[in-house]
Design a protein around this ligand. Sequence first.
Ligand code: HEC
Length: 153
Amino acid sequence: MKKILVVLLVAFIIIQFFPIDKTNPAPTPGMDFLRIKKTPEPIAKIIRTSCYDCHSNETQYPWYSSISPASWFVKNHIDEGRKQLNFSTFAVYEPKIQSHKLEECIEMIEKEEMPLESYYVGHQDAKLTAEQRKQLVEYFKKVKEETDRKMVF
Ligand code: HEC
């Protein structure tokens, strides 16, 4: 028993030598969703608090991102999150893709699949109330309609 604990402890110490890279990509304010869509501040604040750590290049790393193996899960969520949807470079998406991403946002929020539940550890303020959910869905629908309208010619 004591031997297993020692092995685990040594393994834990060794994996601390494999930290994650926490450098955020360079800022691109001209391509940022909240900037280009001129999102009203109360809504922008909710999106920044609940989505931006995984879906932007402005990630604020929590304390547990300094401890392996928790850090590896954090890193994976950020990499996957940015790959699926990056608000920081939203302007780069073609209008059709923008519309599709917005549709997915609406769906994820309505189904309560986003933010990821594991994120609430240390981020209680990211948990959306029913009212916030409603506000976000209404807002994303509005932006999607505007995007769709611009595509019709
Ligand atoms: C803790 C990190 C994290 C947070 C916070 C987070 N997401 Fe995600 N999101 C992910 C990951 C990881 C994926 C990709 C894997 C998946 O779909 O589960 C994803 C996928 C998505 C997708 C693509 C889904 C699809 O159908 O492919 C959308 C849209 C999305 N998130 C929207 C949001 C919105 C909107 C918020 C804020 C309300 C949010 N996410 C908050 C990590 C996060």
